[in-house]
Structures are given as C-alpha cells and as structure tokens.
Design a protein around this ligand. Sequence first.
Ligand SMILES: Cc1cc2nc3c(=O)[nH]c(=O)nc-3n(C[C@H](O)[C@H](O)[C@H](O)COP(=O)(O)OP(=O)(O)OC[C@H]3O[C@@H](n4cnc5c(N)ncnc54)[C@H](O)[C@@H]3O)c2cc1C
Length: 283
Amino acid sequence: MPAPLIPVETSPDLPTHADVVVIGGGIIGAFTAYYLAKRGMKVALVEKGRIGAEQSSRNWGWCRQQNRDARELPMATKSLELWSQFAAETGEQTGFTRCGLLYLSNNEKEIEAWARWGEFARSVNVETHMLTAQQAAERGRATGKPWKGGVYAPTDGIADPSRAAPAVARAIMALGSTVHQDCAVRGLETEGGRLSAVVTEKGTIRTRQAVLAAGAWASSFCRQYGIRFPQATIRQTVLRVSPPSEELPSALHTTQASMTRRFDGSYTLAISGRGRVDRRRSY
Ligand SMILES: Cc1cc2nc3c(=O)[nH]c(=O)nc-3n(C[C@H](O)[C@H](O)[C@H](O)COP(=O)(O)OP(=O)(O)OC[C@H]3O[C@@H](n4cnc5c(N)ncnc54)[C@H](O)[C@@H]3O)c2cc1C
C-alpha cells in the first residue's frame, strides 16, 4: 500500500475551449500540462479518477542517473535539474531531494558492471562513487549484512510519489489552467481530418491539440482510432512499512529488496527486479 495520496482540488468548471487538453493526470500528464501552461497556453488536465492515484503514486520515486543507458542519461540529468527548479519556481513540495542513492551487492559481476558504468559516467561528468567492501558495510550498516561492494550516487535523489503529481496539479491551477478529476475522457471529435474536440463524461472541450498521457490505458484508448500502441502491462508488488527502529539510508537497492524513505518516515519496500508481465493486458 503506497503512502496516502495528498488530495488536490478540482477546478470548478469544465472549460468549453482549451489550447491543449491533456488526457491523464499521472506524473507524465501533470508535468506535460504544467510546462505547456508555463508557456502561456490554456490547458485542461483531465483525469478519470484522482490526480496521481494510479501508477504515479505507487512507484519507488527514484530520480536517477545511476546505471542509465547512455541514450537516456542526458534526459535523466535534465529531469533532476527540473525537479529542483519546479520547487523553487512554484513553492510546491514534491518531496524531491538529492539524498543520494545507495546500491549494495555481493555479486561480483554486478559490481564490475557498476564500475564500468562509473567510468562512462565520469566521462560525461556524472558523479558516482564505487564502494569497497568496508565502505559498503559502513553505509549499509542498518542491513546487518556484509557486502562485497557497492556504488553511491550522491547527486541522484527521490521524490515522493504521494505528493508529486498533486503538487504539480496545484501549480497548473496557479498558472490559470484547469484540473478535472473524476472525469474520464470518452473520445475525440474531428473536423476535416483534424482534432476539434475532446469528449469527457462531464462535457466536451473544443481544442485543436491533445496529449494522451493515459499510462496503462493508453493502448486501449488508441485502439478505438485504429492506432496500435504496443504496451506491456507489468505487475509488481510494492509495500509501505512503518519506520524501522534503526535508521536506513533514504534510498537503498540490493539484489533482494529496494527501499525508499517517505515524508512521513515510513518506507516503500519492494522486491528488486521482479515483475510479472500480464499477457491478457499487454498489446
Ligand atoms: C514497481 C514500480 C516502481 C517504479 N519506480 C520508479 C522509480 O523509482 N522512478 C521512476 O521514475 N519511475 C518508476 N516507475 C515508473 C513510474 O511509476 C511510471 O513511469 C509513471 O508513474 C508513469 O506515469 P504516467 O503518468 O504515464 O501513468 P499513470 O500514473 O498511470 O497515469 C495515467 C493516468 O491516466 C488516467 N487515465 C487513463 N485513461 C484515461 C481517460 N480515458 N480519461 C482520463 N484519464 C485517464 C489514469 O487514471 C491515470 O491516473 C516505477 C514503476 C513501477 C511499476
């Protein structure tokens, strides 16, 4: 069970027009709507349930460069900058902090792979430190286990999944755009082959532009328009546990388990690297 989601208000009225309608109020839809609103667009963010209540409040919340593929690393570095900037420019708290990420292992191959990644990271100015067995034992003292090695990424961090998307939604409303909850998008209307409106269960919003950020529902939404959007549905279990008696690192990954501290002192706990592909819901 994730930490309780911070509730956010719904804008009073569904607009009749918008420059852009964003479909889906998870972290992707919320930040998309925020950056469009910051550019002066009138945006309507439309969510079928509550803002952030699906996958975006149930993840580990890691904001990480560590171990990223070279092709995604520049985007990860930029996103860390944007997480900091968002708090400074809006005053909203997503729980983002560059607390550092700690990885511990007893698998020599895994440790060698981290060391190779570290050489690459330094060549692109990303800070990461390999840990000896003694350093790993010191940093991972609370695990009560010996470790052959580890890696510490001091400039990486975490955001709080239960606070992040609601914080962004409040910032969207402060910019004069609107947020609509319990308002499923049913479909799109077109005129002359172009988008002309987004149809929701509470009314129609005329618009020339829409962004689909519907998470696990994206492929089924696209299918009604003959668009095949390949998507795998993965099931994984994440738990919330009460604060342990001994202080654990804020974000820790081992081969067996991963954990992240939440703003209320509880921890998100997950089995590392285990997920089940749900074939019935993969497209
Ligand atoms: C176990 C696990 C751990 C993870 N850990 C991390 C991590 O540490 N760091 C990280 O960056 N990522 C992590 N992720 C990935 C991260 O959770 C997702 O990438 C992210 O939450 C996706 O956000 P989203 O906005 O695309 O989707 P969602 O949060 O699912 O949002 C989509 C929203 O669209 C809405 N919607 C769908 N259809 C409609 C419709 N027709 N009308 C209106 N609304 C609609 C849904 O209700 C939903 O709220 C993890 C994922 C898992 C499974």
